[in-house]
Ligand binder design. Structure first.
Ligand code: CP
Length: 318
């Protein structure tokens, strides 16, 4: 059996806490010596969609762990000319020691894990973005902990996600938040409420839900500790932009919503952001905004995820 990270719930809360401890260690000791956990290993970083943070942080991360990152766009591969995922994965498994994949269908990362025989990390699918949600939990822990980040600091925090709540980011945050006792509120138009697929994700992981949905942005923001949003127009949905902006405008995170939140509330965004669409420029550029800590932490948390997988798979398979 080879452990992968395809869904937020692929690690237990205790295992995720180990990842966060490792991420804190990597962050506080970065540059202080050579890491060799991926020594002699080549990891394939395969992108079917565009990326800035994910691509750069994984490429730097594999290198900093002593490995060789090999970045590929799907256009460079025979997949773009019809070679099957099953064959591609089996071939890659003969050359590479791990895979990081950003794509459309969740089933594709599942297939890569099944057929490559190597650890696979989900770097975003249309269903989930678990590297981002783990990073966001870690970034909140840093903010709310006294001293070293700890998962206890997340318990009972009111976290509100505004916008399209039937998207990968909302789903991953609902799952990761529920793993750590965060009170997650998903807030957006009724037409964009979470679908049954989120229930399936919770049920298949046997995870109790700690999220609720409301279409009322003012009720959602009341006493919130974290206000979070994401772009209103996801990759591949650009033709729906005008209609989306009309539907989503009541859910813009702005100073009026922050007036209802806890006085120490923070703003988070996975980026890229569109100022004065999903978030006002005044909030985006305010001291409440910890968006660049989030972006930086992608590096530390993803290094920890890869290291954790390599160590766990060595224990399991020798
Ligand atoms: N947040 C995020 O995944 O950023 P990129 O799309 O730039 O990788």
């Amino acid at each position: 059996m080879v452990r992968s990270f395809l869904r937020d719930t692929d690690l237990s809360p205790a295992e995720a806490a180990e990842v966060f401890e490792l991420a804190h260690r990597y962050k506080t000791t970065r540059g202080a010596g050579v890491l060799d956990i991926l020594n002699g290993q080549s990891w394939g970083l395969i992108f079917f969609k565009k990326s800035t943070r994910t691509r750069l942080s994984f490429e730097a991360g594999v290198y900093e762990l002593g490995g060789n990152p090999m970045v590929m766009s799907s256009n460079d591969l025979q997949i773009s000319r019809g070679e099957t995922i099953e064959d591609t994965a089996r071939v890659m498994g003969r050359y590479l020691h791990g895979l990081v994949i950003r794509t459309f269908e969740q089933e594709m990362v599942d297939k890569f894990a099944k057929y490559s025989g190597r650890p696979v990390v989900n770097a975003l699918t249309d269903l989930l973005h678990p590297c981002q949600s783990y990073t966001d939990m870690f970034t909140m822990m840093e903010h709310f902990s006294n001293g070293a980040p700890n998962v206890e600091s997340l318990k009972g925090k009111k976290f509100v996600f505004f916008g399209d709540t039937a998207c990968n980011m909302a789903y991953s945050l609902a799952l990761a938040g529920s793993m750590f006792g965060v009170e997650v509120v998903l807030c957006g138009p009724e037409e964009f409420k979470p679908g049954k697929e989120l229930d399936v994700l919770f049920d298949s992981a046997n995870l109790e839900k700690s999220y609720t949905f409301t279409p009322d942005p003012e009720a959602a923001a009341k006493n919130a500790d974290v206000l979070y949003t994401d772009v209103w127009v996801s990759m591949g949905k650009e033709d729906e932009k005008a209609e989306r902006i009309k539907q989503m405008s009541p859910y813009q995170v702005n100073d009026n919503l922050f007036k209802l939140a806890d006085k120490n509330a923070i703003f988070m965004h996975c980026l890229p952001a569109h100022a004065n669409e999903e978030v006002s420029e005044s909030v985006l550029e305010s001291p409440r905004s910890i968006i660049f800590d989030q972006a930086e932490n992608r590096l530390h948390v993803q290094k920890a995820i890869m290291s954790w997988l390599v160590q766990k798979n060595r224990q399991l398979n020798g």
